[in-house]
Design a protein around this ligand. Structure first.
Ligand SMILES: *Cc1c(COP(=O)(O)O)cnc(C)c1O
Length: 473
C-alpha cells in the first residue's frame, strides 16, 4: 500500500495496468460467457458483503479477484453480444477512458466560470447532437444521468413555463405505450396522476391523433390546463414511432409543450434513411435521448435537448452568493442552471472523446448495422407459419409470439413464457418479454455495441429450434 490516500504516479500506472489486464480478459471472454446469469451472489460473497468497513486496506489483487470472480459474473451480461433484452447499449471503451480522465482531472462543470473550456467542450458535444438529431437551429440542452431524469426535467420546465402555480389543473398527454418514467416524472413534478391522459394507439402501437385532439378539447371544456404532450420516438414494447409531426401540429395549435422521448430510438435519427420517421422533431420543445443506449455508452449518460435553453433556466436557474456569477444567454452555459444538480461529473467528455476518436460515421454505421440485423431477424421469424409479429420493426425492435391455434389466451401466454425461458436457457442470447393487450410477447431488440450478424443469426436459429420443438409436443 502507498502512504496515505494519494497514489504515486508509478503506483497509479502499475494499478492501471493490473486493472487493464483483468478488463482484457473480461472483454476476451465476453462472447463465450453466458448471455445472462440469474445466480445470486455466492455464499462467500454474501458473507464478505456483510462485513463491517475494513479498518485497514488490503491488496489490489485480492480486491480485483473478489470483483471479477464474485461480483461481476452473477448478472445479466449487459456488456456481451447476446444481450437483446430491455434496451441494450453495451459499454463503449472509449467513453470509459473519458470517464477516467474526467475523474482524475476532476474539473468542476456545474458552473461555466469554474472550467470555461471544459464546459464549452461539453456544450459543443451537446450542440453537435442537437444538430445531428435534427432539432431546431440554436437548440442546446443538458447532459443527465439517463432518460428518466431527462423526462423529469422536461415536464418540470414545461410546468414552470406554462402552468405556473396552477399545477393541480395541469394535464399531460402520453400514449398508452409510453415509458413509465413519464408517469413517474409527472408524479414527481406534482401533477396529479389522474391528470395524465393515456391516449389510445393505432394497430401499429402509434399514438392516435383524433383521440388526442378530442381529449385536449374535452379537458379544456372541463377547466383543465393541457400543457405537455409526449411523443415516443421508439416505444420499449414494440419500437413504435409516434407520428411526431402530427403531434407537433396539435401541440402548436393548442399551445402546449411538445416533448419527444427518444431514450430508446432517438439516435436512429443519425441514419439518413430513418430520418423521415423523425419528421417534426425540429418543432419539439425538448427531446430526450440516451447515449447509454443508442450511442452504446456505459450506464449513466442521458441528454435532454431543448429548443430554447431559457426554458430550462426558467425552471432551474438561480444564483447564490457563494457561487461564481452565472452567465446569461446561450453562448456560455452554467449547467447547474439547467437541472436540479449543482456539482456533477464532467459528463461531456464521454460524448466528445468518442466522437473525436471514431467520428460520427462510426456511430451511424453501427446504428445502420443494428437496424439491418433486426430486419433480417424479422424476415426470418415472420416466415414461420405460427409466429405473430406485433408490428414490423421501425427501428431495431420487434415483439413476437408463437400462436397455439384453438387454445385459450392463458394457455398461449404460458406457452410463450415457457418459450422465452427455453430460449434464454440456451445461454447465447437473452431476451425479455412484455405484455400487449393482455398477451405475453417476446421482444427482439438489437442495440448492443457488440451484437453483430453472427450472434443475431445464432439467436434466430435458437429461436427457430425452440419454436419447432414446441410444435412437436
Ligand atoms: C430507457 C428509457 C427510458 C428511461 O431511461 P433511463 O435512462 O433508463 O432512465 C425512458 N423512455 C424510454 C423510451 C426508454 O427506452
Amino acid at each position: 500500500m502507498d502512504d496515505g490516500l494519494e497514489l504515486s504516479p508509478e503506483l497509479l500506472s502499475a494499478w492501471t495496468r493490473a486493472i487493464d489486464e483483468r478488463l482484457g480478459t473480461f472483454l476476451r471472454e465476453l462472447s463465450s460467457s453466458p448471455a445472462a446469469s440469474h445466480d445470486p451472489p455466492s455464499r462467500g460473497a454474501q458473507e464478505e458483503l456483510r462485513k463491517a468497513a475494513p479498518e485497514q486496506g488490503s491488496s489490489l489483487e485480492t480486491i480485483l479477484d473478489f470483483l471479477f470472480r464474485e461480483i461481476i459474473p452473477p448478472s445479466l451480461n449487459t456488456a456481451g453480444p447476446g444481450y437483446l433484452a430491455y434496451v441494450p447499449g453495451g459499454g463503449l471503451p472509449s467513453a470509459a477512458l473519458a470517464e477516467y480522465i474526467a475523474a482524475i482531472v476532476n474539473r468542476y462543470t456545474g458552473v461555466w466560470a469554474a472550467a470555461p473550456a471544459a464546459v464549452e467542450l461539453e456544450t459543443q458535444a451537446i450542440r453537435w447532437l442537437a444538430e445531428l438529431l435534427g432539432m431546431a437551429p440554436g437548440s442546446l440542452g443538458v447532459m443527465t444521468t439517463g432518460g428518466s431524469i431527462s423526462n423529469l426535467i422536461a415536464v418540470i420546465a414545461a410546468r414552470e413555463k406554462l402552468l405556473g402555480r396552477s399545477i393541480e389543473r395541469g394535464t399531460i398527454y402520453v400514449s398508452q405505450e409510453v415509458h413509465h418514467s413519464l408517469l413517474k416524472a409527472a408524479r414527481t413534478a406534482g401533477i396529479p396522476p389522474e391528470n395524465v391522459r393515456s391516449i389510445p394507439v393505432d394497430d401499429t402501437f402509434r399514438m392516435a391523433i383524433d383521440p388526442l385532439v378530442e381529449q385536449i378539447r374535452a379537458d379544456r371544456t372541463a377547466g383543465f390546463l393541457p400543457f405537455f404532450v409526449c411523443a415516443s420516438a421508439g416505444t420499449v414494447n414494440t419500437g413504435a414511432m409516434d407520428p411526431i409531426d402530427a403531434i407537433a401540429d396539435v401541440a402548436e395549435e393548442e399551445g402546449i409543450w411538445l416533448h419527444v422521448d427518444g431514450a430508446y430510438g432517438g439516435f436512429f435519427r443519425l441514419v439518413p434513411e430513418l430520418a423521415p420517421l423523425f419528421r417534426g422533431v425540429e418543432r419539439a420543445d425538448s427531446f430526450a435521448v440516451d447515449p447509454h443506449k443508442g450511442l452504446f455508452l456505459a450506464y449513466g449518460t442521458g441528454l435532454l435537448l431543448a429548443r430554447d435553453v431559457e426554458d430550462l433556466r426558467g425552471a432551474f436557474g438561480g444564483a447564490a452568493p457563494y457561487l461564481p456569477r452565472m452567465q446569461s444567454g446561450s453562448e456560455h452555459l452554467d449547467f447547474c442552471e439547467l437541472t436540479p444538480e449543482l456539482s456533477r461529473d464532467w459528463r461531456g467528455l464521454r460524448l466528445w472523446l468518442p466522437f473525436k476518436l471514431h467520428g460520427v460515421s462510426a456511430f451511424r454505421d453501427a446504428l445502420r448495422e443494428k437496424r439491418a440485423l433486426t430486419l433480417r431477424a424479422f424476415e426470418t421469424l415472420s416466415a414461420e407459419p405460427d409466429v405473430d409479429i406485433a408490428a414490423p420493426p421501425e427501428l431495431s425492435l420487434f415483439a413476437f409470439r408463437q400462436r397455439l391455434p384453438a387454445r385459450g389466451r392463458d394457455e398461449e401466454n404460458l406457452h410463450n413464457r415457457a418459450l422465452l425461458d427455453r430460449i434464454n436457457a440456451r445461454g447465447r442470447i437473452y431476451l425479455t418479454g412484455t405484455t400487449l393487450r393482455g398477451e405475453l410477447w417476446l421482444r427482439f431488440i438489437v442495440l448492443h455495441l457488440r451484437t453483430h450478424a453472427d450472434r443475431v443469426d445464432e439467436g434466430v436459429a435458437i429461436i427457430q429450434e425452440e419454436l419447432a420443438r414446441a410444435r412437436g409436443r
